[in-house]
Write a protein that binds this ligand. Structure first.
Ligand code: FA5
Length: 344
């Protein structure tokens, strides 16, 4: 029986060595170590052996079984390693190849401009306020010294929802709301960015929906020169020292005196084009000293407090800064246009 076991070991190990595939190995495993294999058979016949022989043969049978099993495992590990190496050799990855770019979005040019304006005014100590786009007639007009029937209401053609509700035509109602909130005793220094709506006919510089940034500063002894200083600083920071600025006398019912600020046109460098309507200048904001009636309606004593206010159009500012020749580009959302202004 001893010889039979030795023979089986030699035979099995020879077959393991000759095996070329994992299936061959599995066949050897089943043939020699399986339930119906020769070793199991030898063990089954141990009942016929003498007491002395039984442990000797038992031990040998186990050794043979272990020897075959470890030969099988070693060969299997070798085969798997060789397989992996072959795979690695054929499937190498060239890490120097350029990757496929993932298209990345970015903020709309108007969003960036509004953020830039906010940063500039935050730097001058202003806080950011918000107000509703659906506004009452009272805040949009009356609290700004524009009672019902006032002819200056025609300056801003409006989208009315009811007799008393409309889409705000400017961000100035937030002036009145802020004064109310501050209760007539605290100084105010705020800007308010937001959407506004007018029944304007769309053209290169007009849109029926556009953006405004309102500004309001109220304190004791605020003068026109303070307004000029703030607007000048803003214009120089936004457009650069070389761009020209001019203030023109104007009229707004809520400011007295009132001005409009123009910036020299970047598209034509002052020579005249469709963007600046052949004048060489583009109006970007209206401003003035807060009218005493508005201060009073907001709860501030005009004998103690004075202030200035302004309302600017970020679309016009973006057009001037980047030489955009038509306001409608901001709203038609052609990605080829918008992409040019993504800061990565
Ligand atoms: C006003 O709306 C005043 N509320 C501004 C103001 C505030 C004056 C505080 C005094 C004190 P105006 O209608 O001029 O003013 O508009 C202000 C700015 O908004 C303009 O200078 C322009 O830059 C922009 N704007 C006006 N109408 C349009 C439009 N249809 N499309 C695009 N931008 C416009």
């Amino acid at each position: 029986m001893k010889e039979r076991l030795q023979e089986l070991q030699t035979e099995a190990i020879e077959k393991v060595e000759k095996a070329t595939t994992l299936t061959d190995l599995q066949d050897v495993r089943v043939a020699y170590l399986g339930k119906k294999g020769p070793i199991t058979e030898v063990l089954r016949g141990m009942g016929k052996l003498s007491k002395e022989e039984r442990p000797v043969i038992g031990e040998l049978a186990n050794k043979v079984r272990e020897a075959i099993a470890s030969a099988l495992d070693a060969k299997k590990a070798d085969m798997e390693k060789a397989e992996l190496e072959k795979k690695l050799a054929t499937e190498t990855i060239d890490v120097t190849l350029p990757g496929r770019p993932i298209p990345v979005g970015g903020p709309h040019l108007l969003t960036s401009i509004v953020e830039e304006i906010e940063d500039l005014f935050i730097g001058m100590g202003f806080e950011i306020k918000e107000g509703p786009e659906v506004e009452t007639d009272y805040y949009n007009f009356e609290a700004l010294n524009l009672p019902k029937g006032h002819p200056a209401r025609d300056m801003q053609d409006s989208f009315y929802i009811t007799e008393e509700l409309l889409l705000r035509t400017h961000t100035s109602p937030v002036q009145a709301r802020t004064m109310k909130e501050y209760g007539g005793s605290k100084p105010v220094r705020m800007i308010c960015p937001g959407k506004v709506y007018r029944r304007d006919t769309d053209d290169a510089t007009h849109s029926h929906q556009f953006t405004q940034v309102e500004g309001l500063l109220i304190d004791k002894n605020v003068r026109m020169s303070d307004l000029k200083g703030v607007l000048n600083r803003f214009a120089k920071e936004m457009f650069g020292e070389e761009r020209e600025i001019r203030l023109r006398p104007s009229f707004f019912p809520f400011t007295e005196p009132s001005v409009e600020m123009d910036i020299s046109c970047k598209v034509c460098h002052g020579e005249g084009c469709s963007v600046c309507k052949r004048t060489g200048w583009i109006e970007i904001l209206g401003a003035g000293m807060v009218h005493p009636n508005v201060l009073e309606m907001g709860g501030y004593d005009p004998n103690v407090y004075s202030g200035f206010a302004f309302g600017m159009g970020p679309e016009r500012i973006a057009m001037l800064k980047y030489g955009v020749d038509d306001i409608r580009h901001f709203y038609t959302n052609d990605v080829r246009f918008l992409k040019q202004y993504h800061k990565v």
